[in-house]
Design a protein around this ligand. Structure first.
Ligand code: GRF
Length: 219
């Protein structure tokens, strides 16, 4: 089975990053987190990366005011680190066209709701859970999906439901969903590695990212 060589892009506390690092450490996943990129130099994600001895890159409008430069720098850092999968985990910025096209079908995201409900621009953090409560939904959940140019719109890979309980606040609901996210993200990565969730074939043949590289199933 080909090792998963992962870059995690995160802006916030990095608890999903922590669970992914833990899954590699305990052997649930084979491979490693090679690189963490954050637009927030003081994020928990950057701290967790440094504590785990993982390369951590701060990339933002402060470090690279020009969006095209930022995109090229991100793409170059990803290529230099040799990753074959990119995991967004609370990353608050859109990816640039160069990165999206170079890693097409190799970028996944986790969203704290059952997409297509409660996704899109501006739907992040507690706003998502408040929207679930305001809509009177009796269940919510977490979704892992492929990333494209639009927020939260790429094809869905996995979902898991979470009940909304009487008296829930956005914070209590968010905490319940986050626990499920930690499991779902790692289980999704394990299924990708095992070839149970085939990703589309590599748009850039010869880069070692082809579908048959992942699991024991031939393409
Ligand atoms: C998670 O709820 C994730 O679904 C969303 O952002 C949050 C990140 O949390 N995209 P953390 O930084 O992993 O703790």
């Amino acid at each position: 089975m080909t090792p998963l060589l992962v870059a995690v892009l995160a802006s916030g506390s990095g608890s999903n990053l922590g669970s992914i690092i833990g899954a590699f450490a305990c052997g649930q996943l084979r491979g490693s987190v090679k690189l963490v990129i954050s637009n927030n130099s003081r994020s928990g994600a950057m701290r967790r990366a440094r504590e785990a001895g993982i390369s951590a890159l701060h990339l933002s409008s402060k470090t690279h005011p020009d969006p095209g430069d930022r995109d090229r720098c991100m793409c170059a850092a990803l290529e230099a680190s040799g990753v074959n999968l990119i995991c967004l985990a609370g990353y608050m910025k859109k990816l640039g066209p160069e990165t999206l096209s170079r890693y097409s079908n190799r970028i996944i995201n986790i969203h704290p709701a059952l997409l297509p409900r409660h996704g899109g621009k501006g739907m992040y953090g507690e706003r998502v859970h408040r929207a679930v409560l305001d809509a009177g939904d009796t269940e919510t959940g977490a979704t892992v999906h492929l990333v494209d140019e639009e927020y939260d719109q790429g094809p869905i890979l996995t979902q898991r439901k979470v009940p909304v309980c009487p008296g829930d606040t956005a914070a209590s609901l968010g905490a319940r969903v986050l626990k499920v996210e930690h499991q779902l993200y790692v289980e999704t990565l394990a299924a990708i590695q095992a070839g149970q969730i085939p990703l589309e074939s590599d748009p850039c043949p010869g880069t070692g990212l082809g579908q048959g590289e992942w699991g024991e199933q031939a393409p």
